[in-house]
Design a binder for this molecule. Structure first.
Ligand code: ADP
Ligand code: MG
Ligand code: MG
Length: 479
């Protein structure tokens, strides 16, 4: 295995990377123990990052980007398919309280009448490269891990990451042992694409004094990834964004029953952009759910709607992989193109396939990943743990999960930097492609590809989240 820094002064590389990251906002807040020395959240630290761009096959990168616009339309069509949502959520509701609450909001708004027919999506489809056992790594192909319809993060830090790798290429002698050329580092416009997406929703709402509101977690460490979007929205479009937590909305939000307008701190809200609210941790009780319902039934454009969030469930991903299901939404050629990147997905219900999948999972757990309906990393079950989780469950309880083929990515070498420390070794990378979509309720107003993200982790680490502490931010070296 070639490592590509034999001729490089690693010490210099590390210091240059850290300073560039600090100077250019490729940063996160330090962990709470390190923050306590500073008042008012005054400290930052470089984001966990890869010192070199990780090689990624160019044709697979291009393929992933080409799939994004079809994915954007598909997600929208699914969100408008009440039968699909009902079919999946009626059963999931019995075994997953969080999905039950979301589904209940969906139904209440459907019954009361939808005040805002537009939907805004800032999605991210995630892929791993896969090569079968014994197959040459150069034949590796992308397989989709999942699609995210809410709070897709790291677009901003990812944009900065690509810029850092370009800088290092010019600043460091023999960077990548002189094998890297500029053209291999693709442009990444995720910050402006996401900001422009929010602006397009704001324009559709069509009220100059209204604002965009980002729903955030109060103790967010990844705040600068969010701030870059806020600042780009201000600088590119003159639109002001409010950062508010769910609690702020409970305490200071207002809903006007007559006009259906939503206001917070006296400002009318044109777009609600959720960077929180994707998991149960953000809902401490009935008050947060009441706030979510209030926002959902308002006239503000939601990014995403509850319907988008529901169809982003892993159970929907699994249902979509069943024969004939994709064809309900897209033509046969597009279906074939999308299906090429599907890994094996199996239900764990009482259908013949479900029973068979259950047996397969117990017999060869090393071939699978067991997934609940959660987001944010760290929730999946692998290997021997699969049996421990599955066997105590009732037949109904299993339906909270789906089973997925384990994607096997050929590892490569890289050096990762976390809190100033270099960790070298074998790594695998997950590619994310952002999708920006706006429907006015009748037609597509925006359907764009919105830049990319590469996250890299040590080969021995199973989960992949950067925020969850498993991975670092990276950028692709197209080969
Ligand atoms: P989440 O919504 O929590 O991000 P994911 O489906 O993305 O859930 O799973 C989290 C991580 O687990 C991924 O980033 C990836 O590293 C790993 N993972 C998920 N599915 C697979 C799979 N089928 N094969 C290999 N690794 C997987
Ligand atoms: Mg996810
Ligand atoms: Mg994920």
């Amino acid at each position: 295995m070639t490592s590509y820094h034999q001729k490089v002064d690693m010490d210099q590389l590390t210091k240059e990377a850290i300073d560039w990251a600090l100077a250019h906002g490729l940063v996160v807040r330090p962990t709470v123990d390190k923050q306590q020395h500073f008042k008012n959240n005054a400290a930052v630290i470089h984001a966990p990052l890869a010192l070199y761009p990780t090689p990624f096959p160019r044709h697979e990168f291009v393929k992933a980007k080409e799939l994004q616009q079809p994915w954007n339309s598909l997600i929208h069509k699914m969100s408008q398919d009440n039968d699909l949502i009902q079919e999946v959520m009626e059963t999931l509701s019995n075994v997953d309280d969080f999905m039950k609450q979301l589904y209940s909001i969906y139904m209440q708004v459907q019954q009361q009448g939808v005040a805002q027919s537009a939907s805004l999506g800032i999605h991210r489809c995630d892929y791993l490269l896969h090569a079968d056992v014994g197959q040459d790594a150069s034949n590796a192909r992308i397989q989709q891990v999942e699609f995210n319809t809410i709070a897709s993060s790291f677009g901003s830090l990812s944009t900065r990451m690509g810029q850092l790798h370009r800088y290092l290429l010019s600043a460091i002698d023999h960077y990548g042992d002189d094998k890297i050329v500029f053209d291999q580092l693709p442009e990444n416009d995720a910050i402006s694409a996401i900001a422009d997406g929010l602006a397009s929703g704001w324009k559709l709402y069509n009220k100059n004094t209204a604002r965009v509101m980002m729903i955030v977690q109060p103790d967010e460490r990844n705040a600068f990834d969010q701030r870059w979007i806020e600042y780009a929205l201000q600088e590119r479009h003159g639109v002001h964004l409010l950062r508010r937590s769910m609690t702020d909305v409970i305490e200071r939000g207002q809903f006007d029953e007559a006009t259906k307008t939503l206001s917070v701190d006296g400002h009318e809200i044109a777009v609600v952009y959720y960077r929180a609210g994707y998991g149960p941790e953000d809902y401490h009780g009935p008050q947060e759910w009441a706030a979510r319902l209030m926002m959902e039934k308002s006239q503000a454009i939601k990014c995403p709607t509850v319907a988008y969030q529901l169809v982003g469930a892993k159970k929907v991903q699994q249902v979509l992989a069943m024969p004939g299901r994709l064809e309900k939404y897209v033509d046969d050629a597009t279906a074939a193109q999308l299906r090429e990147s599907f890994a094996g997905l199996y239900p764990l219900d009482q259908s013949p396939q479900g029973k068979e999948a259950y047996q397969m999972a117990l017999q060869s757990p090393e071939r699978f990943v067991l997934k609940p309906q959660r987001e944010g990393g760290g929730n999946n079950v692998y290997g021997d743990d699969i049996e421990k989780v599955l066997t105590p469950l009732s037949e109904e309880g299993r339906m909270a999960y789906i089973l997925m083929d384990l994607i096997r990515t050929p590892p490569v070498h890289n050096a990762m930097l976390r809190e100033g420390q270099v960790i070298q070794g074998q790594v695998v990378s997950e590619l994310g492609i952002y999708g920006i979509y706006l429907s006015d309720g009748n037609k597509e107003v925006v359907n764009n590809v919105g830049g990319h993200l590469l996250r890299t982790k040590g080969v021995e680490t199973k989960e992949g989240g950067v925020a969850a502490g498993f991975a670092v931010i990276d950028s692709p070296l197209l080969v």
